[in-house]
Structures are given as structure tokens and as C-alpha cells.
Ligand binder design. Structure first.
Ligand SMILES: [Zn+2]
Length: 261
């Protein structure tokens, strides 16, 4: 039983129903496919589908570290294959701040450091290498975009035992300074013939304030060039030898960077 009104719309209603019936398989397919996609999406989605959540819950099997190692090139370098503007910073340890270690006869670490640092600077300048002699807390450090920074220090003047002779190096944990450290260790040891004194490297050296102050991308290290007590001769009257050692280490480093020595 149909009313007049329904009868009047029968024609359009019937063609719409006919179209639906003809395409019913298409509709079923679309509904099933959509439901399938939703199902797959739900099944494979963690509750909070952020990268951090995935990394935090997958315990290393799926996670990748979110940091990447800082490239070895200086921060001012623009082209990957060619070395950037060359500049070396030499810090005379404690200069402009305090005297450092002091010997009983008044010899100070700062004097020794500055004397050696000045000779390294002079040798670099003689080779045409742009170089700055820097203070311990130099105001330029936080924007010092250099090829390398080396801080020259010397060790205690107190006699403790016959073991306290030799040099040691700690390099930046902020910027990869591996090549710089390799070159300095190798060349300083070769030139001075001093032993490497690894077991007296302190946290103070590893977390040296300059490493944190320099812009990221500047390789840096601190070298204790010798002990003021047992190595006093080579650090004072023969100071050209430790200066040559640091200079030779820098030559090695610049050659490995492609500056041609
Ligand atoms: Zn010092």
C-alpha cells in the first residue's frame, strides 16, 4: 500500500535503488577494504605513535640514536672536500687568570706555558699559518671558529715520586678531535722523547672549560707538556723542544686535513 506522494516519487526512488543494487558488490568491496585498512592501521600503531615512543619502547631493536656525530671539518668550512679558512688558536694556560702551579723558587706554570705557547705561535707564523695566542679565559673563545685550538699547560712542581714525568692530552668531548689528539700524541712524544702519562689525566682535563666555551665544530685539546719538577729542564732551558713537539703535532694534523703541511 503506497500513498500518492510515495507513488509520485517512485520513479526517482526506484532508479536510485536500482543503481545501489547494481553496484552492491562495489559498495561491499569498498566497505571491506576500508575496514581492512583501519584494522591494519590499528594493529600496527602503538598507542602514542611518535618516534620517541617507538624508540623508548623497542629497547634498541628498532631504535636509532637521535644524535649524529659532529663532522671532523672546522665549523667555518663550507665545501665538503676542500679545507676551510685556516686558523689555529694557542692558549697559554692560566695566562690572564692566575699563575697555575708554582715552584718553591718562584717559577710559575704560567711563565712556562706562555714561553712555549709563544714559540709555537712564532713557528706557525713563520709557516704563514694564521694563529692567535689566547688567554686561559679569552673573551674570543665563545665565537672562535678555528681549525684547531690547543691549550698548553704544565703539571705540578711538587716532587712525589720518580714516576711524575711525561706529558698527557685530553681532547674535546663536544667536537670530535681524534685526529688532532692522535697527531699531538705521536709527534709530541717523538720530538720530546717524554713518556705518555695517561694515568694522571684528571676529570678537570677531560671536562676542560674551553671545550664547552668554543663553538661546536672546533677540534680542541689540552696538553700537559710535562711536570715542572722532573721535566723542568726540558720545559725551561730546552723549551724549544716541547714547542717543536706541539708545532710538529699541528703540522701532522694540518697535513691530514689536507692543508699540505
Ligand atoms: Zn695548568
Amino acid at each position: 500500500m503506497q500513498s500518492r506522494r510515495e507513488n509520485s516519487s517512485w520513479e526517482s526512488e526506484s532508479s536510485w535503488l536500482h543503481w545501489v543494487l547494481v553496484n552492491v558488490r562495489l559498495f561491499i568491496f569498498l566497505i571491506v577494504a576500508f575496514a581492512g585498512m583501519i584494522g591494519v592501521y590499528w594493529y600496527f600503531s602503538p598507542e602514542e605513535a611518535t618516534a620517541e615512543m617507538i624508540a623508548a619502547t623497542s629497547k634498541g631493536s628498532l631504535s636509532a640514536p637521535f644524535y649524529k656525530s659532529v663532522p671532523l671539518q672546522p665549523v667555518i668550512q663550507r665545501l665538503a672536500q676542500s679545507p676551510g679558512p685556516l686558523r689555529i688558536g694557542i692558549i697559554a694556560g692560566h695566562k690572564g687568570f692566575d699563575s697555575g702551579a708554582v715552584c718553591s723558587d718562584g717559577l710559575t706554570e704560567t711563565q712556562v706555558n706562555e714561553n712555549i705557547a709563544q714559540q709555537v705561535v712564532a713557528q706557525l707564523q713563520a709557516q704563514g699559518v694564521p694563529v692567535d695566542l689566547l688567554d686561559e679565559f679569552d673573551a674570543r673563545l665563545d665565537r672562535y671558529g678555528a681549525t684547531a685550538v690547543i691549550s698548553i699547560h704544565s703539571d705540578s712542581c711538587v716532587y712525589y715520586n720518580d714516576e711524575l714525568t711525561g706529558f698527557k692530552i685530553a681532547s674535546s668531548g663536544v667536537t670530535d678531535s681524534t685526529v688532532l689528539q692522535q697527531c699531538l700524541e705521536q709527534e709530541y712524544g717523538r720530538v720530546t722523547q717524554l713518556p705518555y702519562h695517561a694515568n694522571t689525566i684528571t676529570d678537570h682535563m677531560r671536562d676542560y672549560h674551553v671545550f664547552r666555551e668554543l663553538p661546536p665544530g672546533v677540534p680542541a685539546l689540552i696538553i700537559e707538556v710535562g711536570f715542572l719538577n722532573l721535566d723542568r729542564e726540558i720545559l725551561t732551558t730546552q723549551s724549544n723542544i716541547p714547542a717543536n713537539g706541539v708545532f710538529s703535532g699541528l703540522q701532522c694534523y694540518l697535513t691530514r686535513l689536507g692543508y699540505g703541511g
